[in-house]
Design a protein around this ligand. Structure first.
Ligand code: HEM
Length: 372
């Protein structure tokens, strides 16, 4: 979660978690925790923390907007710069309020969703060894076919990953990361003899759709091959993990790229071996963290040091003897055979357990092959 947040916050607002005085991620974590909570706004409640989290994050975005207006940046380097260019246009529909909300929603929507999807993906990989094998084969075949072994993951390689996209679709179908989508009936709507009166709220329930046995045979089985031959990038009334229609998720492709790069690095370099439990409340949670021990697998010469590991743990022994533990908050350090870590060190109420090591975003995003 931390890794994804730092990456997207950097791309969206050039936020650097290491140097910033604000703990922006903490505000978003508080916001998300209280998103579905009893609406009692007194200190100590999840709802109160949620409102405070939003307030602080919005204040930071507003200050940033004012600073950039006063001291325009020489170059547009992040998404916020482009929003400000749009905001400055005379004929724009964008207002300052909308721009701030937009930045807030992008930061919010882009980090927990993808990190949850990746954590659930790790769970399925450790629970279904044959799926892991098939996924690994697809990615190793890509490496073998590569003309220049030093090149990074290319767009055509990305597009060729048939099984990986089936795997991602099956993961998000069962993960049901967004358990409810909300709409308001603007006029009376008749449906199967019922009338939804104008003004009523409607909750669409994607899990009900995704677990429908009439559409998905043995719906609780994790079976990426069920997507074989089907439309893998489409949206339908039977598949709405990323929503649908006018409000279809704008981050779908970004999510898939992030997931693919992560999976590519994972299966071509590491052997995941351990897991964790998932509970729904109704969002996904991993009460004991999700532990995956990672040990370097047979590494083709050119793949060495592909993933830069930033260790936040104070004590670290020889790197080549180490295994690493990934959880939803990044990668955790540990000795061979250990899973280590504690709630205090972790500091993340959603995913307790474990000390942290993060994969740097440059390495995470771009480097499928490093210099030898
Ligand atoms: C696994 C990852 C993700 C899942 C499952 C997911 C799911 C969804 C769903 C179901 C909706 C529709 C909500 C509705 O109809 O009310 C949605 C909308 C949205 N998503 Fe995502 N999302 C993911 C990743 C992302 C990312 C990475 C971003 C940003 C970079 C993002 C930005 C948005 C935005 C801005 C909307 C609102 C679009 C609109 O209202 O027009 N999402 N997402």
């Amino acid at each position: 979660m931390e890794m994804i947040f730092n990456l997207t916050a950097k791309k969206l607002i050039s936020h650097d978690a290491e140097t910033s005085s604000e703990n922006l991620r903490e505000n978003f974590v508080a916001f998300i925790k209280g998103l579905i909570s009893f609406p009692l706004d007194i200190p100590g409640t999840a709802y109160h923390e949620c409102l405070q989290g939003r307030k602080k994050a919005m204040k930071m975005l507003k200050n940033m907007l004012q600073e950039r207006r006063m001291m325009p940046r020489k170059q547009n380097t992040d998404f916020y710069d482009y929003v400000l260019v749009e905001l400055a246009k005379e004929e724009t529909l964008l207002t300052e309020g909308i721009a701030l909300d937009l930045m807030f929603v992008l930061l919010f929507a882009s980090f927990e969703t993808t990190s949850l999807a990746l954590t659930v993906a790790l769970k399925y990989l450790s629970d279904y060894p044959l799926v892991l094998q098939k996924l690994t084969e697809e990615h190793e075949a890509i490496l073998k076919k590569r003309e220049n072994p030093d090149s990074h993951l290319t767009w055509s390689e990305y597009k060729s990953m048939t099984f990986t996209f089936q795997f991602i679709n099956e993961t998000v179908r069962l993960a049901n990361i967004v358990p409810g989508i909300f709409r308001k009936a603007l006029k009376d709507v008749s449906y199967k003899g019922y009338t939804i009166p104008a003004g009523w709220g409607v909750m669409v329930c994607p899990p009900a759709v995704h677990l429908n046995p009439a559409k998905y045979e043995n719906p609780l089985d994790f079976n990426p091959s069920r997507w074989e031959g089907g439309e893998i990038n489409g949206v339908s009334k039977h598949f709405m993990a990323f929503g649908g229609g006018m409000r279809f998720c704008v981050g779908t492709d970004f999510t898939k790229v992030q997931m693919v790069v992560f999976l590519h690095c994972l299966v071509t370099k590491w052997n995941p071996v351990k897991g964790g439990n998932i509970v729904r409340t109704p969002g996904l949670q991993f009460p004991d963290g999700f532990h995956v021990q990672l040990s370097e697998k047979r590494i083709p010469k050119l793949m060495k040091f592909d993933l830069k590991i930033q260790h936040f743990t104070p004590k670290r022994k020889k790197r080549d003897k180490q295994t690493h533990t990934v959880d939803a908050g990044g990668v955790k350090g540990g000795k061979e055979g250990g899973s280590g870590g504690s709630n205090e060190e972790r500091g993340d109420p959603e995913f307790p357990g474990g000390h942290k090591i993060g994969i740097s975003d440059e390495a995470f995003l771009a480097r499928s092959n490093p210099p030898p």
